[in-house]
Ligand binder design. Structure first.
Ligand code: 5AD
Ligand code: FES
Length: 350
């Protein structure tokens, strides 16, 4: 296994069989070895810096019905909310004072936020905070819509591919969602010039080592600027309520593999990782991650943006989360930085 890890570090790619063997067959010792290599590469490019992004969960309305997600359309129990433009701007203002230089606007696929309304919000933030990066995470939209929002001032877009394999994708999502359409959106975003983030859940129902191998091959092909991964965690009001959560161990291992394959990629230690283990995010950083994305949403709506059970930070103010993360990162010898934190992994435009 160590030979395959060395090959990955040197060549930044593996065959489908090698990926599968490594993912399915590694020992704890192999994982330790991987994390050491991943940390060294991370320190080479990003030192002990941890980039921060302020996450604004601005709507939990969603027209989709993904089987794993707590804010799926069929969940009638969730109290739905939308932030107004003024509330979103308040989050940015608070975030800016706290040192955030990237704002991530994330929401369900909510028809209320038309291109016109979104473009107005984006261009207002862009003119008020010209030194900040604007990241959108609004799901699947048309090429024209992505283009319009890019022209309004958005720099980055997060859209996880969730799982590359079409059959597995279809087991996690009802029609009309499809793996191919999701991947097409990512190619569109890239073509327009967005810095793109994609990713997947670890341990989602029926996921195999081959599926994860395909996910790695897809990441290699897309070469995104950011990769967000986290464990699947069941939500009690979804069809996947009884499925087991993904493990900390496998999620950390996948983080290390991604750092070796895409040395300069932005790799968040996600909230889901912090949810399955009290020190999950710290362990994520020590496995090669270099970004954290604390919540800037108003506290009164946070408990309504529960994609999975037991989500952390739902009662904490933005400043508390920032302080908490500062202490957590300091405790492992890393420090939060207040920079836009653009990826060093920039491709020439397609
Ligand atoms: N467990 C873990 N992650 C989830 N997501 C959605 N539902 C869950 C869940 N139950 C992730 C998806 C989505 C991102 C915003 O959150 O990967 O892309
Ligand atoms: Fe939110 Fe620790 S990061 S309370």
């Amino acid at each position: 296994m160590k030979n395959i890890i060395d090959k990955l570090e040197q060549e930044h790619t593996l065959t489908q069989n090698e990926w599968t063997a490594l993912i399915a067959g590694h020992s704890l010792g192999d994982a330790e070895y991987l994390f050491e290599r991943a940390r060294e590469i991370r320190h080479r490019h990003y030192h002990h810096d941890v980039y921060t992004r302020g996450l604004i969960e601005f709507t939990n309305y969603c027209k989709n019905d993904c089987f794993y997600c707590g804010i799926r359309r069929s969940n009638r129990i969730v109290q739905r909310y939308r932030l107004t433009k003024e509330q979103i701007l308040d989050c940015c203002s608070q975030g800016y004072s706290l040192g955030f230089r990237t704002f991530v606007l994330q929401g369900g696929e909510d028809g209320y936020f038309t291109d016109e309304i979104m473009a107005d919000i984006v261009s207002t933030i862009h003119s008020l905070y010209p030194d900040c990066a604007i990241t959108l995470s609004l799901g699947e939209r048309s090429f024209e819509s992505y283009l319009l929002l890019f022209e309004a001032g958005a720099d980055r877009y997060l859209l996880r591919h969730e799982t590359f394999d079409s059959g597995h994708y279809a087991a996690l999502h009802p029609k009309p969602l499809s793996a191919l359409n999701r991947q097409q959106c990512l190619w569109d975003l890239k073509k327009i010039g967005y810095q793109v983030g994609t990713g997947f859940m670890v341990g989602s129902p029926w996921q195999t080592a081959e599926n994860l191998a395909d996910d790695m091959l897809f990441l290699g092909e897309l070469n995104p600027q950011m990769v967000g991964i986290g464990p699947f965690i069941p939500h009690h009001d979804t069809p996947f309520a009884e499925y087991p959560a993904g493990t900390l161990e496998l999620t950390l291992f996948m983080l290390g593999l991604i750092r070796l394959m895409l040395p300069k990629v932005l790799l968040p230690a996600t909230t889901a990782l912090g949810t399955i283990a009290p020190d999950g995010r710290e362990q994520g950083i020590l496995a090669g991650a270099n970004v954290v994305m604390p919540n800037l949403s108003p506290t009164d709506v946070r408990k309504n943006y529960l994609l999975y059970d037991n989500k952390i930070c739902t009662g904490d103010e933005a400043a508390e989360c920032r302080g908490c993360l500062e202490r957590r990162m300091d405790s492992i010898g890393y420090h939060l930085v207040s920079l836009r934190g653009d990826s060093l992994n920039i491709d020439p435009p397609l």
